[in-house]
Design a binder for this molecule. Sequence first.
Ligand code: ATP
Ligand code: MG
Length: 425
Amino acid sequence: MGFTAKKVRGMRDVLPPESEKWIYIQKVMGDSASFFGFMSVRTPIAEFTELFCRSAGETSDVVQKEMYTFEDKGGRSLSLRPECTAGTLRAVIENESSLIFPVKLMYFGPCFRYEKPQSGRQREFFQFGLEIFGGSSVMADFEIIRTADYIFKKLGINDIILEINSMGCEDCRKNYRNSILNFFNEKVNKLCKICQERINKNPLRILDCKEKTCQEICSEAPSIVDFICNNCKEQFEELKSYLEITEIKYKVNAHIVRGLDYYTKTVFEFTINTNGYDLTVCGGGRYDGLSKKMGGQDLAATGFAIGIERVISIMEEQRIEFPKLKSRGLYIVCLNKESKICAVKIAEELRESGISVDLNLTEQSIKSQAKFADKMGYRYLLILGENEINKGVCNVKRMSDGIEFEIAIDDNFCDNFINKCECIL
Ligand code: ATP
Ligand code: MG
């Protein structure tokens, strides 16, 4: 049996017309973030594995189960990025001297996680995200949330719910950790195997476990809210007040702890209820401690990531219209050597005048070329058959009503064409 090329499980192709939806979403997100003062950052798809172990945490699902890790030819352990925050912060730390803080960055790109592929969960997926470095004020948390809110409104997504929580500072977490440790120690036999191992390393991580039995136990676990110090409480209230001023609806959900180890204080998620369950489309929060953990200076940091595939599926489900594909302008039909030379010249002239032109790329008959142009939705056909070339003209056909006219191929060709086909521009 011969070889048949197939894509990797959990990874997908995006072809037209779906790819146009991607371009649109990326543009709305990029333009919105730019409007809020963010600038683009691009970091490598692969990083040293240790970077993710340090940032996401050894006990996180991402590091324990989901990373694409491999050895390069020099024997170094590299991993495909499971998220973009660690790489972005690494880039900021390495280039600190050339940046002016606070710095506001946006990124768009693929991430990889070895998860069980299912609806809304792929092994390669795309994230759009924002990060603010050096913004220690609660205002930075607010601006991040406000930008996400702006993006979802721009896209026309309905019924999206913002849930917020505070995970407190290191001190609050220490007390909380002890209390949760006692709680889980009493129920250790009922936890899944991985959580049983987590209990002494990082009991907070259990709250993020997706196993049903663990989730049931977690619903009765002590709440972080009861362990937050006055300062953290005040900051949480400040954030809420900004959300109220700007009329961004939110719910406080004490169970949001986020999947990665590095969050402190504000954490949040935007979720949508689809087909009876809550789908998270955006997650983020503050992670002031991470820079130091990665060998950098103390650096306030806050950000979020949006899953693009989930945004598209929700927009499709809510029947939100994507902008129509740009209709195609002109298709030039040509056949023999002479007419092809003429086609190239005409295409060049028209393109210089800003008219979008497609050239026939086949050796098919004029009839087949015309059929193709009709199927593809071109508005005009420009035919350069043998008769036309002999006469020094081209035949232009308007596809909507079949009206045809001749235009002389002379010095005024372009002007004449534009006059007759005004609507094409
Ligand atoms: P979940 O709880 O759904 O596993 P997460 O907490 O692991 O999400 P984050 O690490 O916060 O996700 O990533 C931010 C966003 O990226 C998610 O809200 C989601 O929209 C998207 N995302 C995460 N993992 C995947 C995946 N495997 N496939 C598609 N999108 C994903
Ligand atoms: Mg996950």
